[in-house]
Design a protein around this ligand. Structure first.
Ligand SMILES: Nc1ncnc2c1ncn2[C@@H]1O[C@H](COP(=O)(O)OP(=O)(O)O)[C@@H](O)[C@H]1O
Ligand SMILES: [Mg+2]
Length: 326
C-alpha cells in the first residue's frame, strides 16, 4: 500500500482541493484509489458529497459510517477498530468520510504517543489505529494507492496520520507563510519518524501489525494562486525563487545540494482556476471534468482542458516518484 499524506503546516494552500482532484485523476487514469478525510474540519467530505448524503453520515445518535465510527470501539474502550464504510465518489474513487467528532481523540492520541516508547500495548493500538483502518479499507477497495487529507497543524491527529503515511506531498503557495510552513514541517516529520522508529523496537509481543512510518517526502506542488499571462507576478516570483532552497534545507536537510534550472523536488504546478472552482463545487465534480451543461461554456472549456493537463501531469509524476506504475 502506498499512502500519501498531503501536508503543509499552513492552511488554505489548497491541500483538500488537491487531494480531491488528484484522487479523481488517478481514478480517471484507471487506478483504484482510496481518499481518507483525517481533518476534523471534514472539508474533503464536504467537497465530495452532496449535503443530503453528508447529513446522513452525521445523525445525532452516533456516526457508525464515518471514520469516527470505525475508531469508536477502540477509543470508547469496548474493543478494537472496526472496518470503515467506503463511500463511492466515482467508479474507482472511494472515500472514508471525515467527522468533526475526530477532534475528541486528539488528547488520547497525545497521551499514548510517548507510551509507545515504554512498549505499552494500548499505546501501539491507538497510535496505529488510522493505519490499520486504512490498510483494511484499501485492501477491500483493491486500491494500492491511498491519499490522505489532514488539517494544517502539527498536533497528535496529524502525527498519527503521518505515521500511517508511506509518503508525503507538500502543496505550497509561493508566499512567506507557506515557506514558513515548510520550515516547521521538515523538523516535525524527522522527529516523528525517529520517535516511531525507536518505538517500534519496543513493540510488545503479539503486536506485529504496525506501520513503518516512513513518511518519505515526494516533493512539493506549486499552487499558483495568482498567475497572469503564464508568469508569476513579481511578489510571488520572490518567494518562488526561495522555495527550492527552503525545501532542501528544511525538509531534506541537504542545504548544499545543487540543482539546475528546474528544481527536481518540484513535482508539478497547479494553476489557479478561478471561476471553475465554484462550478466544480456546485456540480460535485472535479474542475477538469466540467461540461457546458455545468456552466463551463466558451473560454471556460479551454481552462477545463488546461486543468485536466495540470492534474494528469501531477498524477503521473506522483505515480512515477512513488513507484505506482509497474
Ligand atoms: N487550483 C485552484 N484553483 C482555484 N481555486 C483553488 C485552487 N486550489 C484551491 N482553491 C481554493 O483555495 C481555497 C483553499 O483551498 P483548500 O483546498 O481548502 O486548502 P487547504 O485544504 O490547504 O486549507 C478554497 O477556497 C479552494 O476552493
Ligand atoms: Mg483542507
Amino acid at each position: 500500500m502506498i499512502s500519501i499524506a498531503f501536508f503543509n503546516n499552513k492552511g488554505g494552500v489548497g491541500k483538500t482541493s488537491l487531494v480531491y482532484h488528484t484522487a479523481w485523476m488517478f481514478a480517471e487514469l484507471g487506478h483504484s484509489v482510496l481518499a481518507v478525510d483525517l481533518d476534523p474540519q471534514s472539508n474533503l467530505s464536504i467537497m465530495a458529497l452532496d449535503v443530503e448524503r453528508l447529513e446522513s453520515f452525521w445523525p445525532d445518535n452516533g456516526h457508525p459510517k464515518t471514520l469516527q465510527g470505525a475508531l469508536d470501539p477502540l477509543f470508547g474502550g469496548t474493543g478494537d477498530v472496526r472496518p470503515a464504510h467506503i463511500e463511492p465518489v466515482s467508479d474507482r474513487f472511494g472515500l472514508i468520510v471525515g467527522d468533526l467528532a475526530l477532534s475528541r481523540i486528539e488528547d488520547d492520541l497525545s497521551t499514548e504517543w510517548p507510551r509507545c516508547l515504554e512498549g505499552r500495548e494500548r499505546a501501539f493500538r491507538v497510535t496505529s489505529a488510522f493505519w490499520r483502518i486504512i490498510r483494511e479499507a484499501a485492501a477491500r477497495h483493491e486500491a494500492r494507492l491511498v491519499l490522505i487529507d489532514v488539517g494544517p497543524n502539527l498536533g497528535a491527529i496529524n502525527r498519527a496520520a503521518l505515521v500511517a503515511s508511506s509518503h508525503v506531498v507538500m502543496p505550497v503557495v509561493p508566499d512567506l507563510f507557506s515557506l514558513q510552513g515548510l520550515k516547521n514541517l521538515g523538523p516535525a516529520l524527522r522527529k516523528w519518524r525517529t520517535t516511531w522508529t525507536k518505538a517500534l523496537e519496543q513493540r510488545p509481543p503479539g503486536i506485529d501489525d504496525l506501520p513503518a512510518g516512513s513518511m518519505t517526502p515526494v516533493g512539493y506542488v506549486l499552487m499558483l494562486h495568482a498567475e497572469r499571462l503564464g508568469r508569476s507576478t513579481m511578489a510571488y516570483a520572490k518567494w518562488e525563487k526561495r522555495l527550492p532552497s527552503t525545501y532542501r534545507e528544511s525538509v531534506l536537510e541537504k542545504p548544499g545540494e545543487t540543482v539546475g534550472e528546474s528544481d527536481p523536488h518540484q513535482i508539478s504546478r497547479i494553476r489557479h482556476y478561478r471561476s471553475l472552482m465554484p462550478m466544480a463545487m456546485e456540480s460535485r465534480k472535479p474542475m477538469f471534468l466540467l461540461t457546458p451543461a455545468d456552466g463551463a461554456i466558451g473560454a471556460h472549456q479551454s481552462h477545463v482542458q488546461q486543468c485536466y493537463g495540470d492534474f494528469e501531469r501531477l498524477a503521473r509524476e506522483i505515480a512515477r516518484r512513488v513507484g505506482l506504475e509497474g
